[in-house]
Each structure stands twice: as structure tokens, then as C-alpha cells.
Design a protein. Structure first.
Length: 367
């Protein structure tokens, strides 16, 4: 029995070739020696077998490692395409060329072509809500355009009162078959797209497609606590697919309007509140609103500094998908008056004079 040719030589690649290089070379050689391109040529037929055998080993990481270590004996039987092995050739050919020909091959032992069903496209919308609505959650109406079943033909694609007929090309099987030598190929019928039937009188409204653009109105539930940029998914609210492929989904990206006085930090709300100097110095109580415009009381400690944060627990945003709320952070801003009355100026000058009699900042610093 003649010695087998080195697999790397068969595929015309170097021993350190990458997987991509091996696949690329196989594509080229498989098409070159394919029996359909060389009818009756036994030499090309044998070469085609050898190319597939080599690829079945070198494209598999474990088999390639064994082959590199022990040669043909290391993969004995792994790439046998003689006798009853023709189906393996078809599997390999389909795995490599399926992306080019739509995955419609089947081997010498039969198989089924795909039905042509295609899932509908997903759709995306943007909605804008207020911070108050993000706090409470809401059910909001949404209107958009999507492909749906044609109202004229009911989705059949045929004119009302007419029907489809058996496809004359594939005789209702949905596939056409070609044979050449040992190799048999079946692919989806190009005339009926694998359905086995064709329309004698296509619907004028949808031109036989069975779908048309439709305006849809749905209500979307926006959960309490949702944040800017989050996306909601509405299953089966996208475009209707082809040939029974079902609906796609609708994705809704939520945007939250900027609030006049509140800002948001994850689950917390932040509110900046101006406080007079006397209140900050002497301490006291101030009233602030929450997001629902309810009045809350905040205690300002004596000697509170500008920028101090006072936390009110549980007065923030709802925790999305959880129990509880974030906090409300009240940022104290010392309000310095721009226009003083004579009395105010007199009192402040007296305060400054008394305060300056104490050691200065620099004296304390370098003491």
C-alpha cells in the first residue's frame, strides 16, 4: 500500500501554519478539486478526498498534536474517507463552506435543507422620563413602526381568494439535489426558498412578502429606581420574521431628564441647600424637600462648614430590584450676602474685630 502524503504537504501549508491559514488553504483546494468542477476526473476525485482527510486532522487541535508527534499512525482511522466515509466529507465541506452557501448542503446520505424561516429583526427605541417618574415607576404608552402580518392577505402572501401551488422546481420537497461521481449535494430550492410551494398570484399590498409596515401602540412598564441609559426588553415586540420565523424583540433605552434641584448618585439623591452664616455658626434646623415635594427637617450642627453633607437615610431613590431606598445627601452651602445693610455691616465688623484679637492663623501655624 503506497505511503500517505504528509498532511501539511497535501494542504500546501507550513507545519507552523495557523488555523486560519489551514482553513483558507482548504477552501482553495476543495473548490479546485471538487468533483462538480472536474466531472469524470478520478485523479481530482482522489485529490479531493485527500484534501478533506488532511483538513479533518489538521483542523482539530488534538488530532493535529497527535499527528505532529506520531505521524499517520497517531491518527489512524481519524481521517478515513474511503468506503463508508463519504458523509464525513460532506460534514467537513458544509462546516467550512456553509457560511458561503447559507448552510444548505447535505451529504451523500441525505439530510434536510433549511426551511428558510427567519426570525424578525430586533428594534430599538428611546424614551425620556422625569426623575420623579424614575422614582415612582410608571406604565408609559409607546408608539412605533414595525413589520407585522399583512392585513390584506393575512400573512399568506397570496391575493385573497387565491392559493399557493406546489413548486415545480423541487416538486414540493423544498430542496434540489445535484450528484457528481461519489459526491451528492442537496440545497434549498432557489425558487420556493425551501417552502415547497410558490404563489401564483402574490398579494399586491405586500408583494407576496406576507408582511407590511404597521404602527404599533403598546404600554411599557418602567420599574421604580431605573437609571439613565438602562435598557428594557419587550419580548416579541419587534419585526415579524419571514416564513414563520417569529417576532424579534423591542429594546427601549431609558433617558432621565435633568432635574432642577436634585442630582443622582446611583441610589442616592443630592440636594445643595444655601444656609445663612449665623445658622451654620450657631446651628439650627432647616426644611428641605424630597423628590416627592414632601418637607423634611434637617439639623445643622454648630460650626457647620461650607460643603458639609448631612445624610437623611432612606430618602433617596428606590433600589432597583431590591427592597429599600438610597439616601438623601443635603450639601450645606454657606450663603454670603452680597448687599449688607448698615446694621449688618456694623455687626460683622464688630465680629471681625473681636475675632482678630485672637491669635492669627499664621501665629497658630508656626507656634
Amino acid at each position: 500500500m503506497p505511503e500517505k502524503e504528509d498532511y501539511y504537504k497535501t494542504l500546501e501549508v507550513a507545519k507552523n501554519a495557523s488555523g486560519a491559514e489551514i482553513k483558507s488553504s482548504y477552501r482553495r483546494l476543495a473548490m479546485k478539486y471538487h468533483p462538480d468542477r472536474n466531472p469524470g476526473n478520478k485523479e481530482s476525485e482522489e485529490k479531493f478526498k485527500s484534501v478533506n482527510e488532511a483538513f479533518s486532522v489538521l483542523s482539530d487541535e488534538e488530532k493535529r498534536r497527535m499527528y505532529d508527534a506520531y505521524g499517520h499512525e497517531g491518527v489512524s482511522g481519524a481521517g478515513n474517507f474511503h468506503g463508508g466515509g463519504f458523509a464525513d466529507i460532506n460534514d467537513i465541506f458544509n462546516s467550512v463552506f456553509g457560511d458561503v452557501f447559507g448552510g444548505s448542503f447535505s451529504g451523500a446520505f441525505g439530510g434536510r435543507a433549511r426551511s428558510g424561516a427567519q426570525r424578525g429583526s430586533d428594534l430599538k427605541l428611546d424614551i425620556e422620563i422625569t426623575l420623579e417618574e424614575a422614582f415612582t415607576g410608571l406604565d408609559t404608552p409607546v408608539q412605533y413602526d414595525a413589520m407585522d402580518s399583512c392585513q390584506e392577505c393575512g400573512g399568506t402572501g397570496a391575493q385573497p381568494g387565491t392559493h399557493s401551488k406546489t413548486c415545480p422546481t423541487c416538486r414540493g420537497s423544498g430542496v434540489v439535489q445535484f450528484s457528481q461521481g461519489f459526491f451528492s449535494m442537496r440545497q434549498m430550492c432557489p425558487d420556493c426558498a425551501g417552502q415547497g410551494t410558490v404563489l401564483e398570484h402574490p398579494c399586491k399590498k405586500c408583494r407576496g412578502n406576507g408582511r407590511q409596515k404597521t404602527k404599533k401602540n403598546i404600554t411599557v412598564k418602567v420599574p421604580a429606581g431605573i437609571r439613565e441609559g438602562m435598557t428594557l426588553r419587550v419580548p416579541n415586540a419587534g419585526d415579524l420574521g419571514l416564513k414563520g420565523g417569529g417576532y424579534g424583540d423591542l429594546y427601549i433605552e431609558v433617558h432621565v431628564k435633568k432635574h432642577k434641584i436634585f442630582t443622582r448618585e446611583e441610589e442616592d439623591l443630592v440636594l445643595e441647600v444655601p444656609v445663612s452664616f449665623p445658622t451654620a455658626a450657631l446651628g439650627g434646623k432647616i426644611k428641605v424637600p424630597n423628590i416627592l415635594k414632601e418637607t423634611l427637617e434637617v439639623t445643622v450642627a454648630k460650626g457647620t462648614q461650607h460643603g458639609t453633607a448631612v445624610k437623611i437615610s432612606g430618602a433617596g431613590m428606590p433600589k432597583l430590584g431590591k427592597r429599600g431606598f438610597g439616601d438623601l445627601k443635603v450639601i450645606i452651602l454657606i450663603d454670603v450676602p452680597k448687599n449688607l445693610t448698615s446694621k449688618q455691616r456694623e455687626l460683622l465688623e464688630a465680629f471681625e474685630k473681636e475675632n482678630s484679637e485672637d491669635k492669627s492663623f499664621f501665629e497658630k501655624l508656626f507656634k
